[in-house]
Write a protein that binds this ligand. Structure first.
Ligand code: BES
Ligand code: ZN
Length: 872
């Protein structure tokens, strides 16, 4: 029955479940290798299913016994395959019970019940519950759960599940506990944790005065590192009350941090399970970015309690219903906690570097996909990040107050239900009166729309005609219909002063774009203005404009929207670098003097936030540049981008040093926008200075490393130094490891940094790291830190001759047999072979063919590799 796992599922085939499960009663007898799971399910037939058999999902389970209404079934009454249990005849209402045995110690996939550092934990989304027991494993089957856990007292003092703890007791050397979750939920939100864990306590009083106990659980040696995550949780709870009127609904909220986890974190009802990476922090071991990521992920999983758990997904085509919306919510939370413009810059960077390439490649799919083979392949940048952009556009189109009304209506209508993205859109439409019919195309059509903006200025009439042309792209080769999107717009005069748009002081306007062609008219304008369009990235599109270089430079220093200031710099640098990439002679020294001058202006602007200066100094990524080209020579892109950074470093050396020194004054470590901005600018200046390869800057790097009081400053040295063949590199790499070898998350950064080295022979060196005693294929963080960084490093992965492709393909095949979800994530790197130069592309394709012909390949990896070779 392999066909079942590899079969494509279609949204159009959706049928409501034939049976529902009113209540689920589970009893776990925990044992490392022989765990028994006894389940009792109250099942009822849905009226229109007549005499359909009961079909339950289950994989890798040893069935011990099976009962309907207390009578055990004999072998003729049911059938078992590798993936399902079918009971041929069942009454309309009955109690189903079964006992199975599973082996958590042998579970390397990290889906279902497994062991991490000796502790039991579960991961059930999307379809992991079927590795625990037989069940109707789909999100529109919602049930209340009661869970009894029994384990040896010695190794497992802590035993957790969803909801409230209702009873406990002991017998002999074992003890037991019972949990009850009153809120009906799909089984993907089930969780169980048992082990010897430290508990960190906190509290939150809700707006209506209820005390909620907050409990974090970690391994004992990490107990001092949970304070930031605890504070983040309290802030998130408060923010959701203030922003959306949403209160927490149980008396207890638990977070467990574990080392071995496929994803970042999981929103199980009342019992979130986290990768330690998104919980543990102190200034010595976590960077500023880690601090911000922890706040964001804690917020994200907490926010799912309403957007995902109370209102869940009807089917897995609707993942964006919960993920897109919840990403939007965590982005807004982070914006309110720190800096809105820096948050927006980073969110857009993420979209451009990951979602745009995905949407232009062979796995391109709409935010609500129409079909999938392996659901784990659809937790994508498109579903998450483009999905969040759709919610953001709705927010822009409706305005803040109407958006809030839409959310209120959504919960009023759908609390306790499993629904679709259409239900969300309709709630927004009905609450606001804003028509979102055309907007639904965003959920159905894939591809990134392109918008061309051009000016037609009539000096005599003092009138600007703004032409907006939309190319909506294609979905599966078929032309898309035009999208509905909001364009935030401002105009500036040539000196960079904002222009009054309506004669009454209106400086920004939101216009609806719905057609393929628009022509907007602005009167009373004295000279040809600069157009600041799609401010704040008001739609997830690729734009081209007719702004001249010097006009971009003006917007870089004058635009009143910090995001568009950054954006003007990105467009300018993209233009200059693409020009050099497509020119025949790369060696020819092109000195884009005006651009270099613009960077001097930015570095010299003491009115700008440190953080914004820092962001503006980061050139568009190699990935983004590649995305703007039809055929990609990754080595040339790196050469040009690094060359441009070198030119900037030469042209701004004095200012870089001045800024470096200015930002080096240190007080007590705090994660405030001001302080993180300072550290970020300081470390960017250091990275630029190192490019000049002067002894004094290598010394400066070493000096910073010696004096660093926090991980941000240490990493600020390690990351840029790995590119150079220099004794300082050797010293920093060695001493960093000596200092941190016992701290897993910090060692991950060490592997990752070395695997990102631009140095010529980097692949050879990176290969040796796979033999390092600390490397482990079983820990996803470690595997990703080394292999993931190698893949992102074009010098190594795309080494001429194909040695990188061959090495990585071998590792992916090896990981696939252990943990298919991690393997598939890594394998995304092979999707884009067609865009490479033919010589490189063919070498990559050979490795895809090797992967695809591997026996027992997982369904997920099979889907990706097949897509990469398909010709349509
Ligand atoms: N529900 C997901 C976790 C998940 C995804 C589990 C796919 C199993 C399969 C969770 O809410 C999530 O989205 N986590 C993100 C972090 C978040 C901040 C975007 C993750 O784990 O990367
Ligand atoms: Zn999520």
């Amino acid at each position: 029955m392999k066909s079942d796992q590899n079969r494509r599922k279609y949204l159009s085939e959706y049928q409501s479940p034939e049976f529902t499960i009113k209540s689920t009663n589970l009893a776990f007898e925990l044992d490392e290798t022989q765990t028994r799971v006894l389940s009792k399910l109250q099942i009822s037939r849905q009226t229109d299913s007549l005499d359909a058999p009961l079909v339950l999902d289950g994989i890798g389970l040893t069935l011990l016994n099976l009962n309907i209404d207390g009578t055990s079934l004999h072998s003729g009454q049911y059938g078992v395959t590798e993936y399902q249990l079918t009971i041929f005849e069942v009454p309309d209402e009955f109690e189903f019970s079964c006992e199975v045995e599973i082996n958590p110690a042998a579970n390397t996939r990290l889906e279902g019940l497994y062991l991490s550092s000796g502790n039991f934990c579960t991961q059930c989304e999307a379809e992991g519950f079927r590795f625990i027991t037989y069940y109707i494993d789909r999100p529109d089957v919602m049930s209340v759960f009661e869970t009894r856990i029994s384990a040896p007292k010695a190794g497992f003092p802590i035993m957790l599940s969803n909801g409230n703890r209702i009873r406990s007791g002991e017998s002999g050397n074992r003890h037991w506990v019972e949990w009850s979750d009153p809120y009906p939920k799909p089984c993907y939100l089930f969780a169980l944790v048992a082990g010897d864990l430290a508990r960190i306590d906190g509290e939150f009083i809700t707006a209506s005065g209820k005390a909620v106990a907050l409990q974090f659980f970690t391994e004992h040696h990490n107990r001092q590192k949970c304070a930031h995550a605890m504070r983040s949780l309290q802030k998130a709870m408060k923010w959701d009350e203030d922003t959306f009127g949403l209160e927490y609904d149980l008396d207890l909220f638990m977070v467990v941090a574990i080392d071995d986890f496929n994803m970042g974190a999981m929103e199980n009802k009342g019992l979130n399970v986290f990768n330690t990476k998104y919980v543990l922090a102190n200034p010595q071991t976590a960077t500023d970015n880690d601090y911000l990521a922890i706040e964001a992920v804690i917020g994200h999983e907490y926010f799912h309690n309403w957007t995902g758990n109370r209102v869940t997904c009807r089917d897995w085509f609707q993942i964006s219903l919960k993920e897109g919306l919840t990403v939007f919510r965590d982005q807004e939370f982070s914006s309110d906690m720190a800096s809105r413009s820096i948050q927006r810059i980073n969110d857009v960077r993420m979209l451009r570097n990951h979602q745009f390439p995905e949407d232009a490649g062979p796995m391109s799919h709409p935010v609500r996909p129409a079909s999938y083979q392996e659901i784990n392949n659809f937790y994508t940048a498109t579903v998450y990040n483009k999905g969040a952009e759709l919610v953001r556009m709705i927010h822009t189109l409706l305005g803040k107050d109407n958006f809030r009304k839409g959310m209120d209506l959504y919960f009023q209508r759908h609390d306790g239900q499993a629904v679709t993205t259409d239900d969300f859109r309709l709630a927004m439409q009905d609450a606001s009166g804003v028509n979102l019919d055309q907007f639904q195309l965003w959920y159905q059509q894939s591809g990134t729309p392109r918008i061309e903006i051009s000016r037609d200025f009539d000096q005599a009439e003092k009138t600007l005609y703004l032409e907006i042309k939309q190319d909506p792209g294609t979905t599966l080769g078929k032309a898309n219909q035009p999208f509905h999107m909001p364009m935030r717009l401002a105009l500036f005069d040539q000196q960079g002063k904002a222009i009054d748009l309506d004669g009454q002081g209106l400086l920004e306007q939101i216009v609806d774009i719905k057609e393929q062609n628009h022509r907007f008219k602005f009167e009373g304008i004295d000279q040809e203005p600069l157009v600041s369009a799609f401010r704040g990235f008001s739609a997830p599109i690729i734009t081209g404009s007719d702004l001249r270089d010097e006009e971009l430079a003006t917007l870089m220093s004058c635009d009143t929207d910090p995001f568009n200031r950054w954006e003007a710099g990105q467009q300018y640098a993209t233009r200059v670098m693409l020009g050099r990439i497509v020119s025949k002679d790369v060696q020819k020294p092109v000195h884009p003097r005006e651009m270099l001058e613009a960077y001097r202006v930015i570095l010299d602007d003491d009115k700008m936030d440190y953080a914004l200066v820092a962001e503006m100094m980061i050139l568009p990524s190699e990935k983004y540049l590649g995305e703007m080209l039809d055929s990609v020579d990754v080595h040339k892109i790196r050469l040009v981008r690094e060359g441009t950074r070198g030119l900037i470093a030469e042209a701004t050396e004095d200012l870089l040093l001045k800024r470096y020194e200015e930002c080096s004054e240190q007080g007590e470590y705090r994660v405030t926008p001001e302080d993180t901005g300072k550290r970020s600018l300081k470390n960017i200046c250091l990275a630029f200075l190192l490019i000049l390869e002067k002894t004094k800057y290598f010394d400066l790097c070493l000096q910073q490393f010696n004096n660093a009081g926090n991980m941000t400053d240490q990493i600020g040295c390690l990351l840029p130094i790995v590119h150079f063949q220099n004794p300082v590199r050797e010293e920093i790499v060695r001493r960093y490891y000596e200092q941190w070898q016992k701290t897993a998350l910090v060692v991950d950064k060490w592997f990752s940094a070395q695997a990102s080295s631009y140095a010529k022979d980097s692949l050879a060196h990176i290969k040796t790291l796979f033999d390092h005693p600390d490397y482990s294929i079983h820990n996803p963080n470690r595997a990703r830190s080394l292999l993931g960084s190698l893949i992102a490093n074009s010098s190594a992965f795309h080494e001429l001759g194909g040695a990188g492709y061959e090495f990585v393909a071998g590792k992916i095949i090896e990981i696939d047999a252990i943990n298919p979800q991690v393997a598939a994530r890594m394998a995304n790197a092979f999707l884009h072979w067609r865009k490479l130069l033919p010589s490189q592309g063919q070498l990559m394709k050979q490795q895809i063919e090797i992967i695809i012909s591997t026996p027992n390949l997982s369904s997920g990896l099979n889907e990706l590799m097949t897509a990469s070779l398909s010709t349509d």
